[in-house]
Design a protein around this ligand. Structure first.
Ligand code: COA
Length: 337
């Protein structure tokens, strides 16, 4: 194969945008008061340190792919597409059905999306921005016309319910979006970054080749999420601030051009610190961390879904998405709605 034949040509004039959105939140609500019955914590501590009041917890019969399928069906209806129209499914999750096969393949089968290629990505809380950027490449190269992206987490099964420093922070949920060519608006610019030297600060140590399942890993709770909260907090603020500045610069826009910010929903104090540094007023920032906690890959997509539904994002608005997560990985993206 010559180098020339490997090149994917950008089809002039194609811009990728979001043409459908969906979300699924399990019915069961777990309040801070419920948590205070499990660990030594209080509603007051959780609200003042994180802004979280409650989170959703999946039913014991539900698995990650079920949450994903519910969100995907809604996004396909919104985009007026049938499952067979989908050419590619990208699923972002750190809490998949199992290590392999890819959860996107399980979702493909449940949806009946028989014509779709599938793969999963692990970009933790930045999952939606990463998959949006990947989907954009497939659409704008002319390779596909309909890409379904899903951000889904069932973190309640990866949490140590005896560890008060982590169990109060996370929740379950799913969001989905259809990415397709659009005539107006669409993705203006995006930026992705990573720093693998800090991977030890937020991780699930066991279940892979480093620590395969054993009596020791189970006894020591090594299949649960582990986090150095304070270090993660500081890095999140620094990196998300920088990611906002970089994507604004790339798109030739200023903060004054942005109508709505959809930040990753991990902690209200992180969100406030980032937008203060970027100099965007809180009135322009969409927040739902109080109701769902941190749903990792699902957070930004569910927040975008709700912001659109509530009229906080309207046609022609410029939306800034920014996220940060385990890896560390991060990303930012500006979309004209
Ligand atoms: N309830 C009551 N007390 C708690 C608690 C809880 N749920 N969790 C921790 N504490 C205690 C600690 O044990 C510590 O007590 P000590 O001073 O006696 O040792 C004290 O509260 C302060 O802990 P610290 O970790 O310094 O608190 P903090 O202000 O950093 O807040 C987090 C903790 C986890 C809320 C905060 O660090 C955070 O949000 N980090 C980022 C997490 C995140 O967003 N991760 C995902 C990124 S994508």
């Amino acid at each position: 194969m010559t180098p020339k034949s490997k090149t994917i040509k950008k089809h002039a004039g194609i811009t990728a945008g979001i043409t459908g959105l969906g979300c699924y939140l399990p019915k069961k609500v777990m309040t801070n008061a419920d948590l205070a019955k499990l660990v030594d914590t209080s509603d007051e501590w959780i609200r003042t340190r994180t802004g979280i009041s409650e989170r959703r917890i999946a039913d014991e019969k539900e698995v990650t792919s079920d949450l994903a399928v519910n969100a995907a069906r809604m996004a396909l209806r919104d985009a007026k597409l049938e499952a067979k129209d989908v050419e590619l499914i990208i699923l972002a999750s750190i809490s998949p059905d199992m290590p392999f096969p890819a959860t996107s393949c399980i979702v493909q089968a449940k949806l009946g999306a028989v014509n779709a290629a599938c793969f999963d990505i692990n970009a933790a809380c930045s999952g939606f921005i990463h998959e949006l950027t990947i989907a954009q490449q497939f659409i704008e190269s002319g390779m596909y016309k309909n890409v379904l992206v899903i951000g889904v987490e069932l973190l309640s099964r990866f949490i140590d319910w005896k560890d008060r420093s982590t169990c109060v922070l996370f929740g379950d949920g799913a969001g989905a979006a259809v990415i397709a060519p659009v005539k107006r608006g669409g993705i203006i610019s995006s930026y992705l970054g990573a720093d693998g030297t800090k991977s030890n600060l937020l991780m699930c140590p066991a279940g892979g080749s480093v620590h395969p399942a054993s009596h020791k890993t189970v006894t020591e709770g090594m299949h649960f999420l582990k986090m150095q909260g304070n270090d993660v907090f500081k890095n999140a603020v620094r990196v998300m601030t920088d990611a906002c500045a970089k994507v604004l610069h790339k798109s030739g826009l200023t903060t004054g051009d942005i109508d709505c910010v959809i930040p990753h929903q991990a902690n209200i104090r992180i969100i406030e610190a980032v937008v203060e540094r970027v100099k965007i007023p809180m009135e322009k920032v969409f927040v739902n961390v109080d109701r769902y906690g941190n749903m990792s890959a699902a957070s930004a997509i569910v927040a975008l879904f709700e912001a659109v539904k509530e009229g906080r994002v309207k046609k022609g608005d410029k939306v800034l998405l920014v996220a940060f997560g385990s890896g560390f990985v991060w990303g930012s993206c500006i979309i004209e709605w």
